[in-house]
Unconditional design. Sequence first.
Length: 161
Amino acid sequence: MVGPLLLVGLAVAAAQAEKEVMAAEKKSFFELLAKLETKGEFFTDEAVKAVLPHTHVLLALTAKDIEKYDIYPFLALSSQLAGHKEARVRAAKQFGAIAHPLLQLAWAINLFETEESTAEIVKYLKKVVESEKVSKVLDEMLGPKADDFKKQVKGAKVKEK
């Protein structure tokens, strides 16, 4: 009887420690973000390279984490990070766990036509295109390119690996 209780206690303690590490990583990420150089409304190439090893933290940010901030820099950073294979691979692997809905949509858009795209991403985008509400968000994000993008998504084959 004591054995199973001890295991449950250790599992809970490990989960709490993991959360604390994640909270600390998020805090460090926000501190790093505040120091990054920008060029216009985007980050410099050097700034993006500095964030690259922390892509997993960006993907783990929730709506609550970002609520005090403007979402645009996070979307811009996601777009810029998507220019790096390392970040695309991480985002594709972690796609279903991307915590913030707008960041998940941005990554889906960025990954769609890359070699890192997955069946999960294509299925997700097909649902987005079919949803009147979310499709409007897609229109806002892509502007005049939205209709062509939606046609590509509708015609995309879901490749099961």
